[in-house]
Write a protein that binds this ligand. Structure first.
Ligand code: ATP
Length: 390
């Protein structure tokens, strides 16, 4: 498990304040979607490299990673638009090999929404149902149900060009939900929306997913979006999933430097193991005047190289020298970024080496604020940082 050996607890991820939803921790739960040793090559380029993972019913699952890491390819294989070169994909126990896209209980909402410009909102939503041959009265019912769901009942007769970006996005969503697929695939669904609308829509998506009890798979390169909506996140790099965990685990207990660095801001230093203790380890970082105590044990012998990682908000900054001689370094403030809610202090601890500390701006006035060029102490608790071995 991702948190093994680290003596911290993290909040359960997920949304809506529902009671604990962790089917992935229940050995009796059967996954809805299974990727088994799936490989996808384009020519001699390997886009997906022998990947195995599960997604559970009613899960909001996010694929997150830098551009080109293979997120969309993964999703397109599930939808049936790409065929794996090796491995298998199962849905509800059925091997999807050879099943054409329109026969899969999966619907994909595309980045561009792809609405028909000449059709009204209701005709757009009805399109797939008509093609399926659903009776007219059922179509009318379903369409009005869907438009109500996305709060567009009053826009049924409009054409896409008479709608805002956010409204168009909701039409596309209604259209992809209309057939009531088991799984909805969302490829950067909110990419075209501005920040505020995007945030609102993320919450709408979560509500909708919860209400419908459907399984959502979202592709995004926006870490905040993935953290907001997803029950679990798969962080990908170069065709491989590096870690799958809840947003809180991904943030608090990343399993590698790649994940730690990709999600949020983090200070990372190369260190050597100097001692093992019963409930943790002692490290030495050549850049630090102090040793580092960490309440975590990893598989690394004395003298081995590991990385110490700590989030800026877990580093204290003060004028007073702490009592402890470990987990405290002296430095000089070199840069301050005032962001309103927080300030980020860049502090030089060695020639060019900086440690970042974030301080919440709790009151509007501070008696003696830390300023540029001030000599300060940076310190942290032994359970605030973590040790990474890769
Ligand atoms: P983005 O966030 O930029 O959309 P992504 O993680 O979704 O990226 P994919 O679209 O899955 O990435 O592409 C993964 C890799 O496979 C990329 O390097 C891409 O160039 C390559 N690739 C994707 N489709 C094809 C194709 N049809 N032919 C050749 N190479 C492809």
């Amino acid at each position: 498990p991702p948190g093994a050996g680290l003596f911290i607890s993290v909040n359960a991820g997920g949304s809506m304040g529902q009671t604990v939803f962790e089917p992935w921790n229940d050995p009796d739960e059967k996954p809805l979607i299974q990727f088994k040793n799936v490989t996808k090559r384009f020519g001699d380029f390997t886009a997906i490299d022998n990947q195995t993972f599960d997604i559970y019913e009613k899960e909001f699952f996010a694929l997150l990673g830098p551009s080109g890491c293979g997120k969309t390819t993964m999703m397109r294989m599930l939808a049936g638009f790409e065929t794996p070169n090796a491995g298998e994909i199962f849905l509800d126990g059925q091997n999807l090999a050879g099943v054409p896209p329109h026969r899969r209980p999966v619907n994909m909402m595309f980045q561009s929404y792809a609405l028909f410009p000449h059709m009204s909102v209701e005709a757009n939503v009805a399109f797939g149902l008509r093609q399926e041959g659903m009776p007219r009265t059922d179509i009318a019912l379903r369409v009005s149900e869907m438009l109500k769901l996305v709060r567009l009942e009053h826009f049924a007769k409009r054409k896409p060009h008479q709608l805002s970006g956010g409204q168009r996005q909701r039409v596309a969503l209604a259209r992809s939900l209309a057939k009531k697929p088991k799984v909805l695939l969302l490829d950067e669904p909110l990419g075209a929306l501005d920040r505020k609308l995007r945030e609102d829509t993320q919450f709408e998506l979560m509500d909708l997913q919860y209400e419908l009890g459907m399984t959502f798979l979202i592709v995004t390169h926006d870490q905040e979006e993935a953290m907001t909506v997803a029950d679990r996140i798969a962080v990908m790099d170069k065709g491989r999933i590096i870690q799958i965990a809840t947003p809180a685990e991904i943030y608090e207990v990343p399993n590698s430097r790649f994940v730690a660095d990709f999600i949020g801001d983090i200070n990372m230093m190369e260190c050597k193991v100097v001692a093992h203790a019963e409930d943790g380890m002692r490290l030495h970082c050549p850049l630090f005047s102090c040793d580092i105590d960490v309440a975590q044990k990893v598989e690394a012998g004395i003298g081995e190289t590991v990385w110490f990682a700590i989030r800026p908000e877990k580093v204290r900054i003060s004028f007073d020298e702490p009592d402890s001689k470990v987990n405290a370094v002296h430095g000089e403030v070199w840069d301050i970024a005032y962001l309103g809610d927080v300030s980020i202090y860049h502090t030089h601890i060695a020639d060019e080496e900086t440690v970042r500390a974030t301080v919440a701006n709790r009151s509007r006035t501070v008696e003696k604020p830390v300023g540029w060029d001030d000599k300060v102490w940076l310190s942290w608790d032994r359970d605030a940082g973590l040790i990474l071995t890769r």
